[in-house]
Design a protein around this ligand. Structure first.
Ligand SMILES: Nc1ncnc2c1ncn2[C@@H]1O[C@H](COP(=O)(O)OP(=O)(O)OP(=O)(O)O)[C@@H](O)[C@H]1O
Ligand SMILES: [Mg+2]
Length: 247
């Protein structure tokens, strides 16, 4: 492990489009393929942890706070020591679950300048990422969290959109943003919850469309982990086929 470049996939798109559900089910696909997986919940609202049935006690922002305090209290004598503390704390923030590891970004940053700490964290994350075959990052609607922390290592961007004009317009902006800042990489769009309605996507690189799913609604209502969805579920098998072609 660690000899091949990991796939680092970010799921982004308009609020409520289905990023978290699709990210969780993509993780299930990779679990089935026996890949070594790191799941990162980059949404401060913490949706992915629910979708995977993980409830983290500690997040990257707690880690950032710990490092900031250590610097402020002059407990760190050298850059090497800061790296050592950051690496240790990062490993203790990782949750090892059955079939994947999990990392939560946590709430938005508090006041103060974290620039130097962010660059340490970015470095530490890029090191950690090398230990996996695939890293799935559930992003916010924008790319803010991802930009700050793991941008350098992202290899694939999956933009999730529903059929609404606004959602497709956000998908276009994200695509443009990714072209400006995230080269070289692969970027594709999934149109989710596509019923009989028409959806104008212009020049967007569509990976595929997914139907409305009663199973997803039901799992959400019951607060059940999407990893428990039936392997033969129609929505899941369609997504699996799509992901297999794209990644
Ligand atoms: N294909 C689908 N059919 C029906 N409901 C769906 C489908 N995909 C997602 N949903 C539902 O839509 C809602 C939003 O889904 P999800 O949380 O995955 O989106 P999100 O983009 O991560 O949202 P947020 O921006 O709030 O994080 C949830 O209630 C989910 O159960
Ligand atoms: Mg979400």
């Amino acid at each position: 492990m660690g000899t091949t470049t990991p796939k680092v996939i970010v799921f982004c798109g308009k609020g409520g489009a289905g990023k978290t559900s699709i990210c969780a089910l993509t993780i299930k696909c990779f679990m089935e393929a026996n890949k070594k997986i790191l799941a990162i919940d980059a949404d401060p609202a913490g949706g992915l942890s629910w979708a995977l049935g993980i409830f983290p006690q500690r997040t990257l922002d707690d880690l950032q706070h710990t490092l900031s305090l250590a610097l402020h209290n002059k407990e760190v004598a050298s850059t090497e020591q800061l790296y050592a503390i950051a690496n240790y704390e990062l490993l203790s923030t990782l949750i090892e679950s059955k079939g994947f590891d999990f990392l939560a970004v946590g709430r938005p940053e508090a006041e103060g300048c974290y620039c130097s700490i962010n660059s340490f964290l970015r470095h530490c994350i890029s090191v950690v990422v090398q230990h996996y075959d695939v890293v799935c990052i559930d992003g916010e609607a924008g790319l803010e969290q991802v930009n700050r922390r793991v941008l350098d290592t992202v290899t694939h961007l999956v933009i999730v959109s529903d059929t609404s004009k606004r959602s497709v317009s956000i998908a276009k902006s994200l695509r443009t943003l990714s072209q400006d800042r995230m080269n070289p990489m692969q970027c594709g769009i999934i149109i989710n919850k596509m019923g009989d309605s028409y959806c104008e996507v212009d020049q967007l690189p569509v990976i595929g469309t997914l139907p409305p799913s009663d199973t997803i609604v039901q799992f959400d209502a019951e607060g059940k982990s999407l990893l428990e969805i039936d392997d033969h579920d129609t929505y899941y098998t369609q997504l699996k086929e799509m992901i297999r072609h794209f990644l």
